[in-house]
Design a protein around this ligand. Structure first.
Ligand code: NAD
Length: 444
């Protein structure tokens, strides 16, 4: 906080230069082809791939998915986008990582697979574009950062809002003190899925096109259920963390960027949470109502999630608000507005709303296009990308801490430097990590 505009621009543009990584094992020249592998070719993996393919020097050389239908759909899309060049296909990502001429991988698996696939990819000498949330637990995230560093890999996390020009401008205004001193921020995600939510289908045998055991991987053995294996895996604790890790991570990430200086540890000191699955009649495990309060040095953040009532704030069912002594900012993917509190900000002076209509859908989405471009540039320069793995780890960790507070019913006191809990119950401590189902182990 309190940086000048010049300092902000210098710190954000210069941070990468100051932290250049050693040269890649297989340095790619500016005109070289960059060969990409896709691990997890469902909704987001396929989408990310098509954004990568907007870059003429990218070739999708291999695709891995444990669902043969998803695999075929993504191969067809890849081929259509690259004049028929056929990617190799795999059902086991470890075989894809054995390909020596793959430079980087996109990881679009469910969250419980991010750690192993990312770590193994780094160890195989690949750079990584891994979707958010970075990890399933804080312990996994820290291990991922350590391995990325020890193997000198470029790892970009899919928190693409950091590459949205208006997000950067909004953060710049806040860091330059345009709102005065910001002591409170809130973010929210509201929907109404009452009464049946995602439904309650019975367990059954997995469909023949799905390798269910490989889909589960390190997660506990479980009977197949359609809600577990498709996009709705987000609402099961074994694979994800519910709305706060799925969406909250995007929003908390921007609050960290705006309110915490680059050289400080982006971690809350205290976290408390209330929430439950109160009414939804489906088989999800994560809450339909959740309120989390984070205490950071100098400010509080409230994250609110509702699945039972969609009344918006500022006409938006998700967003971020920053409350400062001189003004309030509303910010979402369409733009931002600043409402003056004092004469320090003039009415209408900072309104940038619906300026980014090309955010919506399709591979032209500017935030994603820039994010991928930044990753590809960093692969060449060996600089740290805008959503470097440490940044993604901290944003994801805040979401995890909300769930630790909720599930342990404890007010969490967190030491961000050592990533340990103070005077916590064993239940809370256990939630920082998780056992892996054999034969899978989190690499040391
Ligand atoms: N950045 C964003 O805005 C954004 C948006 C949506 C989703 N995501 C993230 O993308 C990830 C995937 O979400 P989704 O909605 O695309 O889910 P999805 O279910 O549509 O896709 C996941 C794919 O991974 C495959 N898979 C599972 N285990 C695998 C394994 N071991 N190896 C290879 N493939 C495997 C599945 O078969 C499926 O095709 C999640 O982590 C999610 O949070 C990010």
């Amino acid at each position: 906080m309190g940086q000048t505009r010049r300092q902000f621009l210098a710190s954000s543009a210069g941070a990468a230069a100051a932290s250049s990584l050693p040269a890649t094992l297989r340095p790619a020249g500016a005109n070289d082809r960059i060969r990409i592998g896709v691990i997890g070719a469902g909704g987001q993996g396929r989408y990310d791939m098509s954004v990568f393919q907007r870059n003429k020097n990218v070739e999708v050389a291999a695709i891995c998915d444990v669902h043969s239908g998803h695999l075929k759909e993504t191969v067809d899309r890849a081929q259509a986008n690259q004049a028929g060049t056929q990617p190799q296909t795999f059902g086991d990502y470890r075989r894809l990582l054995e390909m020596k001429d793959i430079d980087a991988v996109i990881i679009g698996t469910p969250d419980h697979w991010h750690a192993l696939t990312c770590i193994n990819a780094c160890q195989a000498g690949k750079d990584v574009y891994v979707e958010k949330p970075l990890s399933l637990t804080i312990a996994e995230g820290r291990r991922m950062v350590d391995v990325a560093r020890s193997t000198n890999r470029v790892v970009q996390v899919g928190t693409q809002q950091r590459s949205g020009p208006h997000f950067r401008r909004a953060v710049e205004l806040i860091r330059n003190g345009k709102l005065g001193k910001v002591t409170f921020a809130r973010c929210w995600t509201y929907e109404n899925n009452y009464p049946n939510g995602i439904g309650n289908p019975p367990d059954s045998d997995p469909p023949p096109e799905l390798d269910w055991d490989m889909w589960l991987g390190p997660a506990p053995k479980a009977a197949w259920n359609p809600n577990r294996s498709e996009r709705t895996f987000r609402w099961f604790w074994d694979y994800s963390g519910g709305k706060i890790t799925d969406w909250g991570t995007h929003l908390i990430d921007i609050v960290h960027w705006a309110l915490i200086p680059d050289d400080a540890i982006a971690a809350p000191k205290v976290v408390s949470a209330h929430g439950a699955k109160i009414l939804l009649r489906d088989n999800r495990e994560t809450p339909d109502t959740l309120e989390v309060v984070f205490e950071y040095p100098g400010f509080f953040l409230a994250y609110s999630s509702r699945e039972l009532n969609a009344r918006p704030i500022e006409s938006r069912n998700y967003g971020i608000e920053f409350f400062g002594t001189d003004g309030t900012m509303f910010l979402d993917r369409d733009g931002f507005e600043v409402y003056p509190e004092t004469a320090g900000v003039k009415e209408g002076e900072f309104t940038w709303r619906t300026a980014y209509m090309n955010f919506h859908g399709g591979p032209q989405n500017e935030h994603n296009v820039n994010h991928v471009k930044n990753f590809l540039e960093c692969m060449q320069s060996r600089k740290r990308p805008v959503s470097d793995i440490e940044i993604g780890h901290r944003s994801t960790s805040a979401s995890h801490l909300g769930n630790v507070a909720l599930r342990s019913q404890q007010r969490i006191v967190w030491d961000g430097a050592t990533e340990t809990l103070h005077s916590a119950t064993s239940e809370a401590k256990a939630l920082l990590n998780r056992p892996y189902r054999k034969p899978w182990v989190l690499p040391a």
